[in-house]
Design a protein around this ligand. Structure first.
Ligand SMILES: [Ca+2]
Ligand SMILES: [Ca+2]
Length: 169
């Protein structure tokens, strides 16, 4: 009895997915130019979605360089928000403070911020930051009040980012 109820409840979901697939197929048989475009898929389990990006908070706090490495091991990159909207989403849904993929390790005072391989121009430094306090602050983290340059060796929360899967038609 209980099994029957469960399967009945699941049926509409399958139907909806089936109908969506059917609609996409029909759209793509009419020579519609949009059929060549990719259609955004859902993030894998344990990743949360914002637009065409997926995010996951790493299980423990890490130094900045390790944060980069661990995200890469997961087939992703250390997060580098490209806007305040993206930052707000992460602060609200994942963690209130986290590393961003932004550092001036190569040339002091020249900040390189990368979303994967994309140069990010967006900046949101707190007032009087970056200040390279003590001459040793080369990595950036963000919280609600903005970015701060801090020591790359500190242990801080990590968010990894990967693109949402794309379904091609
Ligand atoms: Ca610095
Ligand atoms: Ca600082």
């Amino acid at each position: 009895m209980a099994t029957e109820v469960t399967s009945e409840k699941k049926l509409p979901k399958h139907l909806i997915v089936g109908l969506i697939s059917l609609c996409l197929m029909i759209r793509c048989t009419g020579g519609n130019e949009r059929c060549g475009a990719s259609i955004r898929g859902a993030c894998p389990p344990a990743w949360i979605q914002w637009g065409d990006k997926c995010y996951q908070k790493y299980s423990k706090n890490l130094p900045w360089a390790e944060a980069n490495q661990e995200c890469i091991k997961m087939g992703s990159v250390l997060v580098m928000p490209q806007s305040q909207e993206e930052t707000d989403f992460l602060l609200k849904n994942l963690i209130s403070y986290f590393w961003i993929n932004c550092s001036d390790q190569q040339v002091e005072g020249t900040w390189v911020c990368l979303d994967g391989t994309t140069d990010v121009e967006y900046r949101n430094w707190r007032v009087a930051e970056p200040n390279n306090s003590g001459g040793g602050e080369d990595c950036a983290a963000t919280g609600e009040s903005g970015w701060n340059d801090i020591s790359c060796d500190g242990l801080n929360p990590v968010i990894c980012k990967r693109p949402a899967p794309q379904l091609h038609f």
